[in-house]
Write a protein that binds this ligand. Structure first.
Ligand SMILES: Nc1nc2c(c(=O)[nH]1)N[C@H]1C(S)=C(S)[C@@H](COP(=O)(O)OP(=O)(O)OC[C@H]3O[C@@H](n4cnc5c(N)ncnc54)[C@H](O)[C@@H]3O)O[C@H]1N2
Ligand code: MOO
Length: 461
């Protein structure tokens, strides 16, 4: 069984998230430069799976709305280490050779190979040592025929020398050195430009900067590099029942797990998170806290308060603005969703359901792609992996199920085992899962042994 990535979730071919899609159009973020990211023009209305309940959006509909509404952030020069995990915004052309100059690969003596051609243990060649060159304290140096210069690893090769003989093949003499072996021109010399040539494109636009790339950029003298910044994501949870973990709980209150879970998920996605403690269900409080947070937000993510309850503060408050739309999405968990822009800043906001598993799955499906798009990272969506199902599964028709599961690779290939319990409150089960099995809208059962589509969580992509 293959563990091969098979692209994003079902229907991805129709999504704007496809970076290779033809006909891509610029997308602008409010207040930022015009951006030329790979988003398709509005796709012609596609056929809905027959089973999607009327009035509901498909997962693709909602994701597309979000991705069209949130553009990439403007790129600017970032300090090198800050750019870890960010994609390079433009090709990087080496401004210098690496190595920058011919230098020694060993501690030893720079010599002319022809002067020691006859050297052996029995009949060493003795040369006068006319100086010493160490890395970082070398003066321009030249040697004449029949002489040697002490040289340390990394130090520039003196003019006239064509090879380095390591200490181990000498008596390590100071004024004079006995050399026990011959060498050939070029031995133990690291040549200028034999690693990187000045003018060479060493990293191309879109390359994600990891430790090795950052090391190379520093070696090439770049203290900063142009990339899109990490999005600043404000995470707010709402609910008068919520308490800060570690504080007193009344008989009807619970710990605010979601803001921590979402904050961690934001960070794991490579963004900066500002976690706001839980806000109660009063519209005025919610509106005030939200507006105070916008100064540091490229994106706001809320949890809770968007369903049909009497105190669904997020929905009540933001519906009134008219710029945030609330919908039901044909998925489980994660049915209630909202997206739009808020206040004068027109800051994008994604409102997630409060049930913890629903909030988590919704983050995976909608917020993670949005964050990646803001950072300029592709693909936006987590690639799926095929795995063999280890137990039967039932599912409701008309909704896409995301089933918590354990994914493992055994000697027989990739296997995924669904965890029991589908309640959206089951955080214990959620923490046991490392994968989500996707059961399509038209599927009502999957059987043991079937090959199923799986999102393997936490894997870098
Ligand atoms: N009459 C209906 N009721 C509900 C429907 C529906 O269609 N009709 N949908 C259900 C579904 S599905 C979901 S999901 C939830 C979503 O509700 P909200 O987004 O309004 O979330 P809340 O009501 O605020 O909270 C739901 C649940 O989650 C707990 N919660 C909320 N925030 C946190 C947090 N930060 N940390 C931990 N737990 C949290 C909260 O206490 C509730 O138990 O609505 C269903 N209802
Ligand atoms: O659809 Mo809700 O998101 O199950 O719990």
């Amino acid at each position: 069984m293959s563990t091969g990535d098979t692209g994003g979730e079902p229907g991805q071919g129709m999504l704007p998230a496809d970076p290779d899609a033809p006909g891509q159009q610029p997308v602008a973020t409010a207040g930022s430069e015009e951006l030329t990211e790979p988003v398709r023009p509005a796709a012609p209305k596609r056929q809905r799976a027959a089973s999607i309940p009327d009035g509901m959006l498909t997962v693709e509909d909602h994701l597309e709305k979000i991705l069209r509404g949130i553009g990439p952030l403007a790129a600017y020069d970032q300090p090198l280490v800050e750019s870890l995990g960010l994609p390079l915004h433009e090709d990087f052309v080496a401004p210098m050779d690496l190595p920058l100059f011919d230098n020694s690969a060993m501690d030893g003596y720079a010599v002319r190979a022809e002067d020691i051609a006859s050297a052996s243990r029995q009949r060493p060649v003795t040369l006068p040592v006319v100086g010493e060159i160490s890395a970082g304290s070398a003066k321009p140096f030249a040697i004449s025929a029949g002489t040697a210069v002490k040289i340390m690893t990394g130090a520039p090769i003196p003019r006239g020398a064509d090879s380095v003989i390591p200490y181990e093949q000498t008596d390590r003499g100071n004024a004079r050195v006995q050399i026990f072996a011959p060498t050939t021109p070029g031995q133990c010399i690291r040549r200028k430009g034999d690693d990187v040539r000045s003018g060479e494109t060493v990293l191309t636009e879109g390359a994600v900067l990891g430790p090795r790339e950052i090391g190379l950029l520093a070696a090439l003298g770049a203290p900063r590099v142009k990339s899109r910044p990490r999005p600043r994501v404000v995470v707010m949870s709402t609910g008068s029942e919520l308490r800060e973990p570690g504080t007193h709980l009344d008989y009807d209150s619970i710990n605010d797990g979601n803001s921590y879970m979402l904050a961690a998920a934001v960070r794991a996605a490579g963004a900066i998170c500002y976690r706001v403690g839980a806000v109660d269900d009063k519209p005025r409080t919610f509106q005030r806290v939200l507006s105070e947070q916008l100064v540091r937000a490229d994106l706001v993510v809320t949890s809770g308060g968007i369903s049909k309850g009497d105190h669904d503060v997020v929905k009540q408050t933001l519906s009134a603005l008219g710029t945030v739309e609330f919908n039901e999405v044909a998925m489980q968990p994660g049915k209630p969703q909202g997206f739009g822009r808020v206040f004068d800043e027109q800051t994008p906001i994604i409102t997630l359901p409060g049930n913890p598993v629903s909030a988590y799955v919704s983050f995976e499906v909608f917020v993670l792609p949005a964050i990646r798009r803001m950072m300029g990272r592709t693909p936006y969506r987590r690639p799926m992996v095929h795995a063999v199902l280890a137990a039967d599964l039932q599912s409701r028709p008309g909704v896409r199920q995301y089933v918590r599961a354990v994914f493992e690779v055994t000697h027989r290939g990739a296997k995924v085992t669904p965890l029991s319990g589908s309640g959206s409150h089951l955080v214990g089960t959620l923490a046991k899962a490392n994968a989500l099995i996707i059961v399509g809208e038209d599927q009502t059962a999957l059987n043991l042994g079937d090959t199923v589509r799986t999102l393997v969580l936490d894997r870098p992509f």
